[in-house]
Write a protein that binds this ligand. Sequence first.
Ligand SMILES: Cc1ncc(COP(=O)(O)O)c(C=O)c1O
Length: 375
Amino acid sequence: MSERPFREALIDLDAVTANVRSLVERLGGTRAMAVVKADAYGHGAVPVARAALAGGADWLGTADLGEAFELRAAGIDAPILAWLHDPGADFAPAIAADIDLGLSAEAQLHRAAEAARGAGAPATVHLKIDTGLSRNGVQPGEWADAVAAAVELERAGLLRVRGVFSHLANTSAESDAAQLAEFERALAVAADAGLTPEVRHIASTAAALTRPDARYDLVRLGIACYGIPPFGDGTTSAELRLVPVMTLRGRVAAVRRIAAGDGVSYGHTWRAERATTLALVPLGYADGVPRQASGRGEVLLNGARRPVVGRIAMDQFLVDVGDDAVEVGDEVVLFGDPATGAPSADDWGVAADTIGYEIVTRIGPRVPRGYLGGV
Ligand SMILES: Cc1ncc(COP(=O)(O)O)c(C=O)c1O
């Protein structure tokens, strides 16, 4: 007897490998970084990183150093870049673990140099220019000074500037072009000052797929590795020749017949118009099923898409199966590969006024990850 109702996020690692392989083939020689931050968008950082490397990714990207250390601790020795740091972060362990530091301010360069002095080895850094996203990165007015500092520290043997990078806002073709022009200016300043970065990078999935002029030496691919389109405009995975990696599923925990007029779930936001059968699904917002999708999401159950009715609660929600047969224990797929008839993560994104990225990344810790394939 299991202690918990069956819930699972099934991760197809061979799909990660196939997605990365297919993307690499389309990049015309540009190298690929698989972005595995946030536990590989909820898919499991270590197994996904291995699967992405098997598909031809040369680099791994994480937001923070903790995520990078997790990969190193698992024995992964591919180049790793981490780009979002605590103001008090100690860079010395990153230098010792051969993790590249994405740095966004001159002060961080000096702190990395300080750590390098202590470690007795240079820090490998990628200097970030803010080309218009306005998150982090050195602002254009401060770029020349930051570059000058980097050159000096590089000459002192404390830093190696391996990369110059930025990040696009993916707002429009025009705004991407303006950011790319700013990036070009920043690269020219860096080159004039004597920096010779091995990798220049600005594109994540959207630009990697649509703008060859944004590819430079390396693209940072996150969402595409997971088989989810980046655009949020109805483009499907299949149209992008990608396979969704995560299937979120459970088993029907209870079945009941209700009468016309009966109210369903908290607040009775939905009432049956006629007698119908409800199936109870044992996943809720504690598991990352967005409450916002109450009355709007759909699941695949016994060969058909069925609507979520009433409010999604913390641990469970109901679907309306009409007069069709359903039994306790039947499998329910919340999302997966639409080729199987299941909704996509993006469908849930639409139902919850968000994006597929958020749907997969927020699947909670109560949902075990199961793995298929892999290396
Ligand atoms: C700096 C940076 N690069 C790359 C990515 C990957 O983006 P995507 O998942 O759209 O490919 C992200 C993700 O948000 C990011 O923050």
